[in-house]
Design a protein around this ligand. Structure first.
Ligand code: ADP
Ligand code: MG
Length: 256
């Protein structure tokens, strides 16, 4: 059965999409069958996987409002090595339409339900908000991966997200757990980052992934080539770290 994970953090620019795309490619390179669900109207995970978001006939928007199915909407990202439920600006209007629909928080969960055997991992790239779209991600998922930068305000942001996840678990999705916090864009030369990193380990203990993703320009360059960093330059430090993270995820799944 596919394990479904949301990559979430209500802050923008913290590395959600980079993590989603590179974890997907890392898992695919390790022989896993992966579906990436782009839940952000910005469609960065779609373009970062090598797909043209302006040329989509159907997108995740159509799936969520019931105009299409997962089977008719998913696209193979050939070079990246996984399937994508793509997104573009059409999704920006979905929020308003969803409000009036039945099971509005469970539209993604219901759409994915027939595909449990198609994939080993489903990764959901969430928008930078705690919106109805993100709620659809959280209601569909078994777990949440929280990418974060080791900055002064990071802990505050994470506690808001943890509270929201606790509420979703209590009221809507009893399966939901926090799989872990992933330290990204890490620069070990910055003392503050080391301090926040140590605080995270102390506070969240086993919930902090061992793998740390360094700041690495090759990861930032990759999307403009329509490739995950892991595929664009697999020997770069950032790519190697995301490969290690993919292996850590595979191990976690075995033991959970
Ligand atoms: P989000 O999806 O949370 O908004 P992104 O993944 O789009 O965040 O990342 C924000 C910016 O930071 C992007 O320009 C991305 O290329 C860059 N970035 C992300 N991770 C790294 C990294 N480890 N090293 C260097 N740049 C990174
Ligand atoms: Mg993003």
């Amino acid at each position: 059965m596919a394990r479904i994970f949301c990559i979430a953090n209500q802050k923008g620019g913290v590395g959600k999409t980079t993590t989603c795309v590179n974890l997907a490619a890392g898992l695919a390179a390790a022989g896993q069958r992966v579906l990436l669900v782009d839940l952000d109207p910005q469609g960065n995970a779609t373009t970062g996987s090598g797909l043209d978001k302006r040329a989509l006939k159907k997108s995740i928007y159509h799936v969520l409002v019931g105009l299409s199915t997962v089977a008719d909407t998913r696209i193979r990202a050939e070079e990246a090595g996984y399937d994508v439920l793509p997104s573009n600006r059409d999704l920006a209007g979905a929020e308003v339409e969803l409000v009036d629909l039945e099971r509005r928080e469970n539209r993604l969960r219901d759409a994915l339900a027939p595909h449990g055997n198609d994939y080993d991992f489903v990764l959901v790239d969430c928008p930078p908000s705690l919106s109805l779209l993100t709620l659809n991600g959280l209601c569909a998922a078994h777990g949440v991966i929280i990418p974060m930068q080791c900055e002064y305000y990071a802990l505050e942001g994470v506690s808001d997200l943890v509270n929201s996840i606790t509420k979703v678990r209590a009221n809507m999705n009893r399966d939901l757990t926090i799989i872990g916090l992933l330290r990204v864009m890490f620069d070990p030369r910055v003392t503050l980052q080391q301090q926040v990193s140590a605080q995270l380990e102390e506070h969240f203990k086993g919930k902090v992934f061992q793998t740390v993703i360094p700041r690495n320009v090759r990861l930032a360059e990759a999307p403009s080539h329509g490739l995950p960093g892991v595929v664009f330059d697999r020997n770069a430090k950032g790519a190697q770290a995301y490969m290690a993270f993919a292996r850590e995820m595979i191990d976690r799944i075995k033991t959970s």
